[in-house]
Every structure is written in structure tokens, then in C-alpha cells.
Design a protein around this ligand. Sequence first.
Ligand SMILES: C[S@@+](CC[C@H](N)C(=O)[O-])C[C@H]1O[C@@H](n2cnc3c(N)ncnc32)[C@H](O)[C@@H]1O
Ligand code: SF4
Length: 372
Amino acid sequence: MRHLYVHVPFCPTICPYCDFHVVRRGKGLVESYLDRLEREAAELHQKYPGPLETLYIGGGTPSYLRDAELERLFAILPWRLTAEAEVTLEVNPGTVNSARLAHIRDLGVNRVSLGVQSFAERLLRFLGRRHSAAVAFRTVSEAQELGFSVSLDLILGLPDQDVRRELKNALALGVSHVSAYTLQIEPGTPFAVAGLEPDPDREAEHFQVARDVLGDAGLVRYEVSNYARPGAESRHNLAYWRLREWGGLGPSAAAHLFAGAAGIVSRRFSNPPLPRWLAGEPPQVVALIPLEFAKEALMMGLRLREGVDLAALAQKSGLEIQKALASTARELLEEGLLARAGERLVPSDTGMDQLHRVVLKIWGALETPSGA
Ligand SMILES: C[S@@+](CC[C@H](N)C(=O)[O-])C[C@H]1O[C@@H](n2cnc3c(N)ncnc32)[C@H](O)[C@@H]1O
Ligand code: SF4
């Protein structure tokens, strides 16, 4: 296990579109969280001593923890990091200043993922964000001055959003990584309850603008919604998309670990939400048999520009992947949704945009290998 995710579920306010596992901080709650995290980390470390190549502290809002709490969080994690390890912390603009960022850097963090979402005041209010565009600009600059590698999150697909301008603002800041998601209306969130609906045409147009503007500036779309200068890709998230092995700590955290058991390639673990996690409830475990593993590897891998190495997947899963996919892959190639690069099956930009359809066809072919 070379990759670890730690979930910090606390947020100052809950944004009306957000479906992540988040809570407000109550009295003593952060302390109980850290106590439980300490036990969970010690147990996992015993079985998987690392060292870690990537560590990702996400949330929620990890930067909402106080200095001493963050210090304890890092002290709790017993893993050694490799010399080149990527250590990311998710930061909300408005929760840090230069001094706090310097403290975060001194704890070993070298990459921050900043939830900017938009540079338009009207849209920040629409999204229920607490920070202004000016604060976002300042936070990015401060983080860069301190030497962090900075990734910036934007939400596209918003009503009357000047996407070109949003992206130009991001580029003007000189960041090397941009995550550009389209607004998802998640069931049960205040946005869903208010009847907001996605607008697929607007989303497609915004995706296209993102590709053009970021691409022209040298940021490669290396994953459906992620753009980076070559070398600045998120190594941690690449481990997810390549379906490698990673551990997860904290409420609702997920993990994926290889099994070494007959008939099972790997296992997925999902921790329960905060109250049950604090009470010591173990994660739910799902065993991935070769077919499930292959389906998952294809679904995740086809999100990536680099695509999926079918020969490697055949070896890992023990399935005759190339044979099973041959005719469907040919059809998708003819439609311009996929391309072949040696043993790799790689998505085109249109394939990335229509990933859902591509994956359903690929899964269908795997489940009925005769093509019947
Ligand atoms: C786990 S969130 C945490 C980031 C941080 N707490 C913040 O809000 O700035 C990571 C990113 O997911 C994206 N996100 C969350 N909910 C979303 C939604 N419903 N639709 C699209 N993007 C969303 C946002 O861009 C957010 O920055
Ligand atoms: S701050 Fe981030 S994690 Fe927290 S509610 Fe808002 S979007 Fe979700």
C-alpha cells in the first residue's frame, strides 16, 4: 500500500450542492475524531507499513482544523513517506492565511487543492460559498509564494457562467493543475430539493470551452475533469483511476486493497459515517472477483487520457480481456470514441465526454464475451 486517503469530515457550513460526508464541528467532536483516527491508523499501519508515495488529506474541509489539531493529525499517522512523496491537503479559501499555510507546509504538505469553485461573486453566493473571489486570488498567490504545488477546483455548468473568464482567471494565477467539474445535482441536497436540474447542453458547451482554453495554455486533459501541465498530474488520484492499492482512514473513507485469496483479486472497504465510525464499527467489505475487478478497472481507467493497458489487466484479472472486448472495441474505434495505442485502449475527447455510454458497452461485452 503506497497511497493513503484521510477523510476530515468537518466544514464551517454545508454547501447546498454538496453530497460528501460532512458535519459541523460540535463540542469535543474533533478530539474524538482524532482519538479514533489514531487507533485506526495504528491498526492499518501494522498490516500495511508503507512507505507512502502519496498522502491525501481531504474532506470536508481539512484546513478548517485548528493548527494544533492538524499537528496532531500528522503526528498520528505512523507512515514514513518516500523522498518524493506527494502530500496534498484540501484547503478552502477563507480558512487560511499566509502564516497558517506556512504551518501546513512545515507539517510536510507540498500540494494544496483549493476549492475556488468560481471567481464570480454572484456564483459564489449561488453556491453558498463563504469566501469572495478576492480571497481566493489571495490564497492561491500565498500558497504559491510558499512553494506549494497548487491545484484549483472549479465548478462549471452554472447558470449564466462566463466559463472562458473563469478559466482565464485560473490561468492568470499560473496554477499547474485544474479540476473542472460540472455541477452535479445530488439527491437530497438543498439544490435537489429546490428542484434545480442539470443542463446537459450547457455542460457540454462548458466542457468544450475548458478543453480549448486550458489546452491552448498547455494544460493537458489527463482525466475527464482534470487538467495538468505535464508532470503536475495528481499522483494520488492517478492511483485511484489506475485501480492501484490505497488505504483510507476516517468516517466514510474508502480503500482498495489487493486480496491474495483464491478467486478474489481485491477488496473494497467503505467506512461508516461519523457516529458509527466513532463507535468503532468496521468498514463494509466488498470482494472483487476477476470480472468485477476488470469492470471497475475499465470504468476507472477509461477516464484517463492514457487509457487502460489490456494486456496488464488480462494478467491481473486472469480473464481473456482482449478477446472479450475485440468486436466492441472495434465498433467504438469506428465511432471515434476510442483509439488503440499498442496494448492500450484509450478514450478520445468525445469518448471521455460520452464515457457513460462507452463503459456500458464495454461492460456488456465483458459480461457476454461471445458477443451474443
Ligand atoms: C470534497 S470537495 C472538498 C473541497 C473543499 N471542502 C471545498 O469545498 O472547497 C472537492 C471538490 O468537489 C467539487 N464538488 C463538490 N460537490 C460537487 C457537486 N455537487 N458538483 C460538482 N462538483 C462538486 C468541488 O469542486 C470541491 O472543491
Ligand atoms: S466546504 Fe466543501 S466539503 Fe464542505 S460542504 Fe462545502 S463543498 Fe462540501
